[in-house]
Write a protein that binds this ligand. Structure first.
Ligand code: COA
Length: 389
């Protein structure tokens, strides 16, 4: 059996620092919003799949599958935790999609959560570095800002991408986040402020980085043939695709491209029958500004090496040819790592339903989500659509 899958409910918390909320409160808030949005009750839910990258290091809590079920009041429903670094909850979405496609489950909650702000910055950096090759990278002092700085240096060298073009990604995404009530930052910035912000890892500066954040997001999946029972505007999962690459950056033949993005997206275009020109907007993994530029090339929105010029042209802004990160992206909406992939899918559903308010991409019928674990060791691509085929 291989059934089509629809999303009939979504929910997320605001991203940012949540001093008064722990993992339980965050996941409950997102889960309850998704359940209410779908108009289902707890007894309808047959499986929970939830992503979390490093809840053990961030808050000392493992076994988050059981935690989700318990605090959502859903025991004895089975729960699976997925972990793939910053792509943890996109892997929850691929896993939940397979569970419905297979015919085994008719109503699945997928989502993700992370609570990163309870630890000092250096411990957060250490926890995040667990997503790279410990022995060959982190052991020698490499951090994620360092990994993406290497990619940026090489991209600038190889393609003439300018420091200003890289900064324009942050400017655009902060502008988009102004219209997103769930975003961490509601603050406009300009190219000059990015270039003057504190140096983190040359050439990347503070305003090139996604922030440390708390947050959760959840979605309700059902078979497409049941979807109209729940909502007049189901959103269909046209492609759900995951690919892997080396854990270490230095093992790759070319660090200006992410091979797993290319593998995942090519498979997703095949699954969906869509082409790059059919994608009306994308939520892309801009953990550091340079990665949005690299992703826009690898996803097929422009030729290799032209991602810098694409952002400079204004075509990736809302109202442009291919809006990227209308939510504000990881840069400005925030990046609670285990929740990010699910939140990208929540944004795409809201956009396709026409519920995105001031950041609405007009007339959007197909949206793409691109979520990266580590430096591109795991990549997940989803294509969601208002149309089943
Ligand atoms: N973008 C914009 N502003 C940011 C920011 C960011 N990424 N990170 C922090 N700030 C702001 C804070 O709001 C604060 O502002 P305020 O003084 O007005 O309150 C100020 O900068 C200092 O914040 P602080 O928390 O002390 O920053 P920090 O120096 O400890 O951390 C980074 C900054 C960039 C090092 C941290 O956000 C980081 O490590 N980001 C990358 C996370 C990451 O690697 N994720 C995984 C990706 S693969």
């Amino acid at each position: 059996m291989n059934r089509d899958v629809a999303i009939v409910g979504v929910g997320m918390t605001k991203f940012g620092e949540h001093w008064k909320k722990g993992l339980k409160e965050l996941i409950t808030e997102a889960g309850v919003k998704a359940v209410e949005d779908a108009g289902i009750s707890g007894k309808d839910i047959q499986l929970i799949v939830g992503g979390s990258m490093s809840s053990g290091m961030f808050v000392g809590q493992e076994h988050t599958g059981a935690l989700f079920t318990d605090y959502l009041g859903l025991s004895p429903v089975p729960a699976i935790r997925t972990e793939a670094a910053c792509a943890s909850s996109s892997v929850a979405l691929t896993t939940g999609t397979m569970a419905v496609q297979s015919g085994r489950y008719d109503c699945v909650v997928v989502g993700g959560v992370e609570k990163m702000t309870d630890v000092y910055g250096n411990l957060a950096t250490t926890a995040l570095a667990g997503a790279m090759d410990r022995d060959n990278e982190a052991h020698f002092g490499l951090t994620f800002p360092g990994v993406y700085a290497l990619m940026a240096q090489r991209h600038m060298h190889q393609y003439g991408t300018t420091r200003e073009q890289i900064a324009m990604v942050a400017v655009k995404n902060h502008e988009n986040a102004m219209h997103n009530p769930n975003a961490q930052f509601h603050r406009k910035i300009c190219v000059e402020s990015v270039l003057k912000s504190a140096l983190v890892s040359d050439p990347l500066r503070l305003l090139d980085c996604s922030p440390i954040a708390d947050g959760a997001a959840a979605l309700i999946l059902v078979p497409a043939e049941h979807a109209k029972k729940y909502t007049d505007t189901p959103i269909y999962i046209r492609a759900s695709s995951q690919a892997s690459d080396t854990l270490s950056l230095y093992m790759r033949p070319d660090i200006t491209t992410v091979g797993a993005t290319i593998s995942a997206v090519q498979n997703a275009y095949k699954q969906s029958g869509l082409k790059p020109e059919d994608i009306h907007f994308a939520e892309v993994h801009d953990c550091f500004t340079i990665n949005e530029i690299i992703a826009s090339e690898d996803l097929g929105f422009c030729k290799k090496g032209e991602g810098g010029r694409l952002v400079q042209s204004g075509e990736t802004a809302i109202g442009g040819k291919i809006p990227i990160n209308p939510s504000g992206g990881l840069k400005a909406k925030g990046h609670p790592v285990g929740a990010t992939g699910a939140a990208q899918a929540v944004e795409i559903v809201e956009q396709l339903r026409g519920e995105a308010g001031g950041r609405q991409v007009k007339g959007a019928e197909n949206g793409l989500a691109h979520n990266v674990g580590g430096s591109g060791s795991t990549v997940v691509v989803h294509m969601l659509s208002r149309n089943r085929k």
